[in-house]
Design a protein around this ligand. Structure first.
Ligand code: ZN
Ligand code: ZN
Length: 162
């Protein structure tokens, strides 16, 4: 987990380095995209939900993506002008805003006896059964949980469009 105070400090430092003072930073509640650029309000936002789960470098990349939007302007979209600006800033990711989906991020993977797979961000504190096999708890369909490593490379790859 990354401290949101650190995320904000890094984000504001990047904005101060590349944008004029009319732009502000805020967190938003998005679950499926890491960042956004609001040209009208001149505001760049990061998902508090995703940025807390990303490492600092991934958050930095998201900020560079959005700062490139702020510099290139709304009309540039993800076109050549935006790409050139983004590369100059040191952005190495793709054109997506979505960030990774929840399942790609979740370190806990559960498998039921029938082979269905479920994902969790936290360790299950009590026995859980497969929702596909039974809508209600049923000990015949218990999920067996294992923890996997989510590396920064996995996170970055997940942010890059396929
Ligand atoms: Zn974009
Ligand atoms: Zn199942």
């Amino acid at each position: 987990m990354t401290d949101l105070l650190d995320v904000r400090r890094e984000a504001e430092a990047l904005m101060a380095a590349h944008l004029d003072g009319s732009w502000t930073f805020a967190f938003d509640n998005a679950k499926r995209r890491a960042g956004a650029c609001d040209y009208t309000r001149q505001r760049i936002t990061l998902s508090r939900y995703l940025s807390a789960r990303y490492d600092a470098e991934t958050n930095r990349q998201t900020m560079l993506h959005e700062i490139a939007h702020a510099l290139a302007g709304a009309r540039a979209g993800h076109g050549a002008a935006w790409k050139r600006t983004a590369r100059e800033l040191g952005y190495t990711g793709g054109v997506t805003h979505r960030g990774e989906t929840a399942t790609e991020l979740a370190p806990w993977v559960g498998v039921c006896p029938a082979g269905h797979v479920a994902y969790r961000h936290r360790r299950a504190t009590r026995a859980t059964s497969c929702a596909k096999c039974s809508p209600r708890f049923d000990e015949r369909f218990l999920l067996a949980w294992t923890r996997r490593e989510i590396t920064p490379a996995t996170r970055l790859a997940a942010m890059t469009p396929r």
